[in-house]
Write a new protein. Structure first.
Length: 98
């Protein structure tokens, strides 16, 4: 999901949680810091901090698939992947990665 879609999701989510006429431009700083209220100021700060994944607004970091492939290959070469595969196999599923 790109940044613009995340911002739209953030606004629509808060509109369903009690801000039907839109989110305010700013709110008390203590409430904003704890993510208790929305504001356009929070969105602007996230963009100015170059937080394109919007972690400061409560979104999760999207894992990089290329990094996962490289890490999986490294674990195979080091022989660690076999141990992890056995442990994860106890849950009825077979995985090659962490």
């Amino acid at each position: 999901m790109n940044t613009k879609a995340k911002i739209n999701k953030y606004i629509s989510l808060w509109m369903t949680k009690g801000y039907p006429e839109g989110i305010p431009d700013e709110a008390p700083l203590e409430l904003e810091k704890n993510l208790l209220v929305p504001s356009y100021r929070m969105i602007c700060r996230a963009l100015l901090k170059n937080d394109m994944q919007l972690k400061t607004l409560g979104f999760e970091r999207v894992p990089c698939e290329i990094y996962n492939k490289i890490k999986r290959q490294e674990l195979k070469e080091r022989g660690i992947i076999k141990v992890l595969g056995i442990q994860l196999g106890l849950f009825g599923e077979h995985y090659e990665c962490i």
